[in-house]
Ligand binder design. Structure first.
Ligand SMILES: [Zn+2]
Length: 397
């Protein structure tokens, strides 16, 4: 059995919105009270035992008597707040995770959420546009790909753009992809996101040329309108205007450009994420064993160029998707040390020392090279992918 989640964009009515915000508030209150309780307990007695979710749920009963308005909240969501806080503490206590101490939640935070547990059919996808949520009743939604399976929980969220969203967690039968008896090594690059040992190159960055152009245009408009607004504010101040404009919020055309830029950026990010999903599903379908580089060891480029930071982020997402998809579909992922994988010739296994004399940039621009030892002509990235595959297969033997 595996857990999967799908997202629905919600369009709650006014009553539902009010109820959601009451719930955000109650969950935040419980979280903050419980967190404060732990801090105080520790201050008073360093040996005090940690109160787990179960103990916190017991305290919740007393808290509801003291603060009766908590009863307005959906009850399982308050218990889920305790569970989340327990989790946050466990991650903090775990030395290998290096997570920080749990933080208080602020009302000012633009993103607010709460999670309800599935009990007695309180959560139900009724049809293609309606979901039944506890305390809210039927909520209208659009978009999203509904997954079949047993519903376990739902998280209701509002973001900084005042958009509402439900993330539904379902339990699914573990689907297994057919075995293909094929293995692959993958090199992660800047020019191409991924290059497989059998020579397939994927470029996910290039696909959104049209959107990139649109983004550049709107970014220019945004900065121009920003400069104009600044000038107008300075002008009004200098001229002692009767009704001086003082805030950027008063410049509607600037605000519009700001929103449009944010929207296009989101579209680009979504498209990248989509492409990544398609790519990782394809890889997991095609191969039984996938070998990738260990990203924490991979020599991250020390330049601040945008493409490098996008690539870094994309590599991380790619590997994490491969991790869980391999687990879902019964395939194997091996992570290897990437050291020297691009400098060793995969044919004769000799390191090319001619490369040592090149600068980092010269080396990055070397797309192909000839092995000084066995004279094989090598594609830089495919060679690296083949070495990664070999390293992974060594660990299997
Ligand atoms: Zn060679």
């Amino acid at each position: 059995m595996v857990l999967k989640a799908f997202k629905l964009r919600l369009y709650p009515n006014k009553t539902q919105r009010t109820q959601m915000h009451v719930n955000f508030g109650c969950v935040r209150f419980v979280w903050n009270q419980m967190l404060n309780m732990h801090i105080e307990r520790y201050k008073n007695n360093k040996q005090a035992r940690f109160q787990n979710a179960f103990a916190m749920n017991n305290m919740l009963r007393a808290m509801k008597l003291e603060f009766p308005w908590l009863k307005q909240a959906e009850s399982t969501s308050l218990q889920m707040a305790n569970r989340d806080l327990d989790d946050a503490f466990q991650r903090f206590f775990n030395p290998s995770l290096q997570n920080g101490f749990p933080k208080f939640k602020s009302k000012k935070n633009a993103t607010q959420s709460y999670t309800s547990k599935f009990v007695n059919n309180n959560i139900q996808v009724v049809d293609n546009h309606h979901i039944k949520l506890p305390k809210l009743g039927l909520v209208y939604f659009r978009g999203g790909r509904i997954l079949n399976g047993k519903i376990k929980a739902v998280t209701v969220r509002v973001n900084s753009r005042n958009q509402y969203e439900a993330s539904v967690l379902v339990e699914n039968e573990n689907q297994v992809f057919e075995k293909t008896k094929k293995v692959v090594g993958i090199d992660l690059g800047l020019r191409n996101l991924s290059i497989t040992s059998d020579g397939q190159k994927e470029d996910i960055f290039k696909t959104s040329d049209k959107l990139n152009k649109k983004l550049r245009i709107w970014e220019r408009k945004k900065s121009r309108r920003y400069e104009n607004a600044k000038k107008a504010i300075a002008f009004d101040k200098h001229e002692k205007a009767l009704f001086p404009r003082t805030e950027l919020t008063q410049f509607l055309r600037y605000q519009q450009a700001r929103r449009t830029v944010a929207k296009i950026k989101k579209q680009i990010a979504n498209r990248r994420k989509d492409n990544l999903h398609k790519l990782t599903t394809k890889l997991v379908k095609q191969y039984d064993v996938i070998v990738v580089e260990n990203l924490s060891v991979k020599n991250m480029m020390k330049n601040h160029h945008l493409s490098a930071s996008i690539a870094n982020a994309a590599w991380g997402i790619l590997v994490s998707q491969l991790k869980y998809k391999c687990a879902w579909y019964g395939k194997q992922l091996i992570i290897v040390d990437p050291k020297n994988t691009s400098r060793i010739c995969h044919e004769c296994k000799q390191k090319n020392h001619e490369i040592d004399n090149l600068t980092q940039n010269e080396w990055l621009n070397t797309r192909e090279w000839d092995c000084p030892n066995c004279h094989t002509h090598l594609d830089r990235d495919v060679n690296a992918a083949k070495n990664i595959l070999a390293r992974g297969l060594e660990t299997l033997a």
